[in-house]
Ligand binder design. Structure first.
Ligand code: ADP
Length: 644
C-alpha cells in the first residue's frame, strides 16, 4: 500500500522528536495517556444522553501493557475512538495549537530542543521512543476499525482493519527503538519505570490507569517444620492494579499541593511553557459549593488577540468535564484567566443556553471575578515588577474592560490600570500618581500621542512640566477612551495637557491673558479667519514657554481620538466626518518673537500675516503629531516666508 506523506511542518517536528535528548523522551507516555483520557471523557459525556454506549462510569479505563519479548508498549483506552477520517486528520497533520506554538518557538531558538520537555507535543512524541507506531481504533458507533501505521517522517499507511477488539476505543502499540549505548529504550518496558512515570505525570488523570503488576505473597509449602506447622515461602503473582490516585489536583487540600505541582498542571493542561504569574484556589461551601483552580498566565498565548483564542474556564461536575470553555464564568475583562471550576451542583447534561440562566453559575462567576481582582491587586501592591510583567501581557484587556460597556466595570478595574509616568519614567498605578500629587495640584494630567519620545517634547505640556507635575503618557489607541470613562480617579479629575484650561493659571495670569486677548482681539479673529474654519478659535496662552504655538481642543473629541476614528473610518464606513473631528483651538505664545512678527505683519501686510497664521497652524499640527492637510502647501509657505 502506498504511503501517505505528512505535511511538511509535521515532518520537521517529527525529525525534532526523533533527535530529542533522552531525558525528555519519557513525556511520550504522559501525552498518550492524556489523549486516552480525553477520548474517554468524550465517550463518557456521550453516555450521559445515549444508552447505546452501554458502559457505565466504572467501566472506563486506560491500560498499559508492556511486552518485553516483542519490545512493545501498548496504551489502550475504551474511549470514543477515531474514524478513518479522524485518524487521517488528527494524526496525519500537525496543525494543532500546541504544535504551532512549538514551531514558533523553534524558529526563535532553532537549537534549543529543551522545549520538548516543557510542554505537550501530543501524539507525535511517541516517535521519540518508537521505531514504529501502530494505532488501531474503532470510533463510537462504527462497525469497522482502522489501522494507522507509521515509522516516522517517511509517511504512514491507513487501512480498514478486522480486529479482535470489541467495542470502541484506541490501541496504540509502540515498537521501541533498539537500545544504544547511551539510550536504553527497553527501560520503558520495566514495571518500575512505568509505575514511576504514571505517578509523576498522570497521577491526577481521572480515569483508572491500570497495569499488570508483580506482587509477592506468602504461601504455605508442603514441608513441615519442627513444630508441625507448614513452612511458608514467598511467591510472585501478578495482578491488574490501578496506578494513579485519580483525585484531581484542584480537589486536593492546599497543603498537599505545592506551587510547583500547580504550575506543572497548568502548563500541561493549558499548553503554556511559562509558569503562571499566580494561582488562585477557591473552595466554597454553602449555598453554592464549588472548587476552582485559576491561573493568571505570565505571557499571552500567541493567539490571544485573534479570533482563535477561546476564553472560558473548564467546567467539571462530579469529575466529568462538561464544558471546555465556559465563558459565562469569566467576565470579558479577565478573559486571559485559565483554569477549572468543579461543582457537584451542576447537572451533567446542561446546555450552554441553560447555563446562561443558571443562578448558581452567576454566583460562582461573581465570586471568581472578585477573587481575580483581589489577586491582581495583591500582586500590584506587593510586587509591582511582577505586576508590570502581567500588565504588559494583559493590561490592554483591562483597559478595554473599562472603555467598553460605558464604564460599567470601572469600579472593578480602575485601580488595576497603569500608565507611563513622565517623572517615574515607567508604568505606575493611578493610585501612585494621586499619592504623588502636590496639594495645590488640581488635576491628573495626561498627554496622548504616538510615542513617549514625542510626548516628552510636547510644547503644550511645558507649563505643567515646569510646575514639576507628573504627566501620564498615553500611547495606546484605547487610552483616551479609558480616561473618558473614568473621568476621575480618587476624586481627582483627569485633564489633558491639550485642554484649554489646565487649572494652573493664577487669577493674575488669567487677567493678563484676558487683557492681552482684548488688546489683540482683531488679530486673533483675523488668524481664525485666515485658517478657513480649521480652528474654532485662536487664543493666547500661558501654557507655552519656549514654543511659538500649540493646538488645544474643545469638547469631547481629542486629536488622538480623531486619528483613531479616521483609522476606523478607513476600515469601515459610517460616522459622519464632522462627528469625528476634534474642535481645534490654535494657542499662541504672546511672548514669542513669532507673535511680534505676526502682529507687525497684521498692521502692514495682511497677506503676509495670513501666511504667518497658516505657518503657525502647520507648526502646531506637526508638534501635535497630526499630519498636515496639505504638506505641499505648507512647504511652499515656508519657502515664501523665508526666501520671499
Ligand atoms: P492534542 O491532544 O494536543 O489535540 P495530539 O497530536 O496528541 O494533539 O492528538 C491529536 C488528536 O488526535 C486529538 O485531539 C484527538 O482528537 C485525537 N486522538 C489522539 N489520541 C486519541 C485517542 N487515544 N483516542 C481518540 N482520539 C485521539
Amino acid at each position: 500500500m502506498a504511503k501517505k506523506q505528512f505535511k511538511s511542518e509535521s515532518k520537521r517536528l517529527l525529525d525534532l522528536m526523533v533527535n530529542s535528548i533522552y531525558t525528555h523522551r519519557e513525556i511520550f507516555l504522559r501525552e498518550l495517556i492524556s489523549n486516552a483520557s480525553d477520548a474517554i471523557d468524550k465517550l463518557c459525556y456521550i453516555s450521559l444522553t445515549d444508552d447505546k454506549v452501554g458502559l457505565s462510569r466504572d467501566d472506563f479505563r486506560i491500560s498499559i501493557k508492556a511486552d518485553k519479548e516483542n519490545r512493545t508498549l501498548t496504551i489502550i483506552d475504551n474511549g470514543v475512538g477515531m474514524t478513518a477520517k479522524e485518524l487521517e486528520t488528527n494524526l496525519g497533520v500537525i496543525a494543532k495549537s500546541g504544535s504551532l506554538q512549538f514551531k514558533k518557538d523553534m524558529n526563535d531558538k532553532p537549537d534549543d530542543i529543551d522545549i520538548i520537555g516543557q510542554f505537550g507535543v501530543g501524539f507525535y512524541s511517541a516517535f521519540m521512543v518508537a521505531s514504529r507506531v501502530i494505532v488501531t481504533s474503532r470510533a463510537y458507533g462504527e462497525e469497522l476499525a482502522h489501522r494507522w501505521v507509521s515509522e516516522g517522517s517517511d509517511g504512514y499507511t491507513l487501512e480498514p482493519y478486522e480486529c479482535e477488539k470489541t467495542g470502541c476505543g484506541t490501541d496504540i502499540v509502540i515498537e521501541l527503538k533498539p537500545d544504544t549505548e547511551d539510550e536504553k529504550y527497553s527501560d520503558y518496558l520495566e514495571e518500575y519505570t512505568l509505575h514511576n512515570l504514571i505517578k509523576k505525570y498522570s497521577d491526577y488523570v481521572r480515569w483508572p490507569i491500570v497495569m499488570e503488576v508483580t506482587k509477592s505473597r506468602q504461601v504455605e509449602t508442603d514441608e513441615v517444620d519442627e513444630s508441625g506447622n507448614k513452612k511458608k515461602t514467598w511467591e510472585d503473582y501478578t495482578e491488574i492494579d490501578t496506578i494513579n490516585s485519580r483525585i484531581p489536583i484542584w480537589q486536593r487540600p492546599k497543603s498537599d499541593v505545592s506551587d510547583a505541582d500547580c504550575a506543572e498542571f497548568y502548563k500541561e493542561k493549558f499548553f503554556d511553557h511559562t509558569d503562571p504569574t499566580a494561582v488562585i484556589r477557591v473552595s466554597a461551601e454553602g449555598l453554592v459549593s464549588y472548587q476552582a483552580m485559576l491561573f493568571i498566565p505570565a505571557v499571552a498565548p500567541y493567539d490571544y488577540f485573534t479570533r482563535e483564542y477561546k476564553a472560558g474556564l473548564q467546567l467539571y461536575s462530579s469529575g466529568i468535564m462538561i464544558m471546555e470553555h465556559c465563558s459565562d464564568l469569566l467576565p470579558e475583562h479577565f478573559r486571559f484567566v485559565r483554569g477549572v471550576v468543579e461543582s457537584p451542583d451542576f447537572s451533567l447534561n446542561i446546555s450552554r443556553e441553560m447555563l446562561q440562566h443558571d443562578r448558581q453559575l452567576k454566583v460562582i462567576a461573581n465570586n471568581i471575578e472578585k477573587r481575580i481582582k483581589t489577586e491582581l491587586k495583591k500582586i500590584m501592591d506587593e510586587n509591582l515588577d511582577k505586576y508590570e510583567q502581567f500588565y504588559k501581557a494583559f493590561g490592554i484587556q483591562i483597559k478595554y474592560g473599562i472603555a467598553n460597556g460605558w464604564g460599567a466595570n470601572k469600579d472593578m478595574l480602575s485601580d488595576l490600570i497603569m500608565f507611563y509616568s513622565s517623572t517615574a519614567k515607567k508604568l505606575i498605578p493611578l493610585a501612585e500618581y494621586v499619592k504623588n500629587m502636590p496639594e495645590e495640584q488640581k488635576y491628573i494630567y495626561y498627554a496622548a500621542g504616538e510615542n513617549i519620545t514625542l510626548l516628552e517634547k510636547l510644547p503644550q505640556a511645558e507649563q505643567v512640566r515646569e510646575k514639576g507635575y507628573e504627566i501620564l503618557y498615553l500611547t495606546e489607541e484605547i487610552d483616551e477612551f479609558v480616561i473618558r470613562m473614568l473621568r476621575a480617579f480618587e476624586e481627582k479629575e483627569f485633564r489633558s495637557v491639550n485642554d484649554e484650561d489646565l487649572g494652573i493659571d493664577t487669577p493674575e495670569d488669567k487677567e493678563d491673558t484676558e487683557r492681552q486677548e482684548t488688546e489683540n482681539k482683531e488679530l486673533l479673529e483675523f488668524v481664525k479667519e485666515s485658517l478657513d474654519g480649521k480652528v474654532v478659535s485662536a487664543k493666547l496662552s500661558h501654557k507655552l514657554k519656549s514654543h511659538p504655538c500649540c493646538l488645544a481642543t474643545q469638547g469631547e473629541i481629542s486629536l488622538e481620538m480623531e486619528k483613531y476614528f479616521k483609522a476606523m473610518q478607513s476600515r469601515q464606513d459610517g460616522m459622519p466626518e464632522e462627528m469625528m473631528r476634534a474642535q481645534r483651538v490654535l494657542e499662541l505664545n504672546a511672548d514669542h518673537p513669532s507673535f511680534a512678527a505676526l502682529k507687525g505683519a497684521f498692521e502692514h501686510d495682511k497677506d503676509k500675516a495670513a501666511k504667518y497664521a497658516r505657518l503657525l497652524y502647520g507648526q502646531a499640527l506637526l508638534t501635535a503629531g497630526v499630519p498636515l492637510d496639505d504638506p505641499n502647501e505648507f512647504s511652499e509657505l515656508v519657502s515664501a516666508l523665508l526666501f520671499g
